[in-house]
Design a protein around this ligand. Structure first.
Ligand code: SF4
Ligand code: FES
Length: 226
């Protein structure tokens, strides 16, 4: 068993003027995740603690938060790997407006994505099938779960990296009617002008490598169209 103290940021908009930290002590099995600890706190110690979660499998993206100052998925962060001298600090995603405790307002993030049409626009008369090769080409970017981790932080807020991942994923999809138009859209939105993003791969819970896999590929596609 692991003895661990979770230091959790608390903020109730109707009571607090600023965030405060609250300690919760737990004994957990060593293979458990940070989300397991949050659920145990909520179920057995403090039912008022607010946080988001759904799939518990790294798929829905809803449990993203700051763990010891780094954006991560709570359901994928093992307690033994996160604990520093028995302490884990949990805070809401940096740069997002806090609604309550660990819950942030992700609406502006999701709204901003609408500009790049982040869904498949099926080509007329297409049978909807695609080859394994085509699937492999978009798979690396297709794993983006819109968790917002790449947008978290003082300097990263508003980077649009998730928009880039979605642009890539759909622009290269042979079933998509917009196809190359998506690249033009990304250029118009200024998404390809940004400097290299090395280091963000470490920040993306799905391991998307923006510099190598995305920015360069999209720039190359743009050149091909000129
Ligand atoms: S690119 Fe990675 S970090 Fe950003 S929203 Fe998608 S999955 Fe999350
Ligand atoms: S609960 Fe869905 S990604 Fe963590």
């Amino acid at each position: 068993m692991l003895d661990v103290t979770l230091q959790v940021a608390r903020f109730a908009p109707d009571l607090d003027t600023e965030t405060r930290l609250q300690d919760y002590f737990l004994q957990m099995e060593e293979q458990r995740m940070v989300l397991d600890a949050l659920l145990e706190i909520r179920d057995l110690q403090d039912g008022s603690l607010a946080f988001r979660h759904s799939c518990r499998s790294g798929i829905c993206g809803s449990c993203a938060l700051m763990i010891n100052g780094q954006p991560k998925l709570a359901c994928q962060a093992r307690l033994t790997e996160m604990a520093e001298d028995g302490l884990i600090r949990l805070e809401p995603l940096a740069g997002f407006r806090v609604l309550r405790d660990l819950v942030v307002d992700i609406d502006p993030f999701l709204e901003s994505l609408k500009a790049i049409v982040p869904w498949l626009v099926l080509r007329p008369n297409h049978n909807g099938q695609m080859s394994p090769q085509a699937l492999a080409e978009i798979e690396a970017m297709g794993v983006c779960i819109l968790c917002g981790a790449c947008e978290a932080g003082e300097t990263q807020a508003g980077t649009g990296l998730a928009a880039l991942a979605k642009t890539y994923r759909f622009a290269l999809d042979p079933r998509d009617a917009l196809g190359p138009e998506r690249i033009k859209l990304a250029v118009d939105l200024g998404l390809l002008k940004w400097p290299p993003y090395e280091g963000f791969a470490a920040q993306c819970p799905k391991g998307i490598e923006f510099e190598k896999g995305l920015i360069l590929a999209l720039r190359a596609l743009t050149v091909q169209q000129e």
